[in-house]
Design a protein around this ligand. Sequence first.
Ligand code: PLP
Length: 616
Amino acid sequence: MKLKVCGMKYNPGEVAALQPDYLGFIFWEKSPRSFDGEIPKLPPGIKKVGVFVNASLDEVVAKIKEYHLQAVQLHGSESPEFCKELKQYNFQEPIQIIKVFSIKDDFNFDELKPYESVCDYYLFDTKGKLPGGNGYTFDWKVLKGYPSIKPYFLSGGIGLEEIESLREFMKRPEAKYCHTIDVNSRFELEPGLKNIQKLKEFKKGLMKDEINMPSSLGERPVRGPYHANEKGYYGEFGGAFIPEMLYPNTEELRQNYVRIMEEPSFKQEFDQLLKDYVGRPTPLYFADRLSEKYGAKIYLKREDLCHTGAHKVNNTIGQILMAKKLGKNRIIAETGAGQHGVATATVCALMGIECVVYMGKIDIARQAPNVARMKMLGAEVRPALSGSRTLKDATNEAIRDWINNPVDTHYIIGSVVGPHPYPDMVARFQSVISEEIKWQLKEKEGRENPDYVVACVGGGSNAAGAYYHYLDNGDVGIIAVEAAGKGIDSGESAATSALGKVGIIHGSKTLLMQTQDGQITEPYSISAGLDYPGVGPMHAHLFRSGRGEFISITDDEAMTAGLEVAKLEGIIPAIETSHAFAIFDHKKFKKDDIVVINLSGRGDKDLDTYIDYFGL
Ligand SMILES: *Cc1c(COP(=O)(O)O)cnc(C)c1O
């Protein structure tokens, strides 16, 4: 939760030392806190907000320039056109617009509609005699009807006494988009002179439990030892080992991805599409019969209910928006079994962007339905004819294409693999999974941390998403499930943690299966999505550091577990996911343990394999 302290006048420097996220300066003469002094140099990371009441555009622009404001808060009856004009004004840095709405007992949320596309945040204040500074709160229950996904500031008479009720409020669904708490008059010795001690206490109380805070993309405070560092390293793994010719492409992405993800307009579009197009949030379902059978509280995170039937679309939605922000008008991707190709072709159709998917000739023959899907979605499927004519050859072709088309093309990688910044970027897009698990579990169990979170690992994107917000929390056990194929020692396996050695694959230093002289071994699993000779660098690090527990599951165990879930819960999982359901013979849980299994995808695509295997 972010903090804004408004009404700076006499001691902004002292307030700034507390490191709030925003400082508000009121430029309205009638206010006792009206500001006309000089703003002292502020520590980095604090945004200066100018507060205006029906000022003219010229006035606002002049103040923005004079004080180098990063945001404006419009407290009067400024029209959507006014906001738009301001938004489009050519400042050196884009200016964030916070539009204020005052609430008494009730609020007609239709009033927000004309402002949806022209401001970055809303601010809800108490309706009183004055525009702001009235010293009493409004009934936050009104926000139950909040129809938007635009992040908002909560304001109006909030003081130290409200800490407890704020904490309660934060747990409620309507607080999901509450971005910042805005305080002012209740922390003053006199108008414009802030009580530093009180503010300090408030900030501490506010930050105590960062619960239920869908801290938005890229701004997440969690950057502990299990996240990528600046150079894209997870411990000793990761980085960007790429040919020089590819450097400009990845460098452009690296320099921009966090900044773009942090833009409110990006987050808003991403959230909106996840909601309306993908169907998020996906349910967190308590699997009663499975729990009964295995003696633990088992919850299933239903990524199988995402549009296109798996978690992959979370990432392709994020990357297509990223591509658009970078001004790209052509997308390439590689695919093995075709799942990532379909997820990519889907979002390209959605956005009307040209799409080329590289796929090994052999895979094209093996995965006819997915090839047909991609074609229906308007993508061109280009066969890779070299080498073993499977995934790695398709990847080579895609990289070749990207080198030849560095300006107009974005390469959408489908998992937490590849050179920096891909693993981190994809993990951030998929982190919506654990973001949701946290508040959903809080609702159901009264706590946001499960005892274990379990996911299957191919490249590792669904797992990275399910673990993300728990990575640095040692109370949550992380279980990664790999495909042992016909057995770890059979020579036909994809159990990277057990069989892999340090090496470089697709531009990333990680664990991978290789021969004595470093040639990549052909992996095998009955599930196409786990049939990858490496794992993403995050997972290599989780394994090496001991933070994650890795379990290998054979084809037979996975198939049996998949059938069991179908019979016990009425859910047919993808065979990838079935691996995660097979852990119960390898790992015992306590009766009260809360175990969340990420149900990465649905089994429709695998029906033929199930039919052949069980002779159905
Ligand atoms: C692709 C896929 C996987 C494996 O990919 P990760 O990047 O490891 O998540 C797992 N489950 C399903 C359903 C898939 O489609």
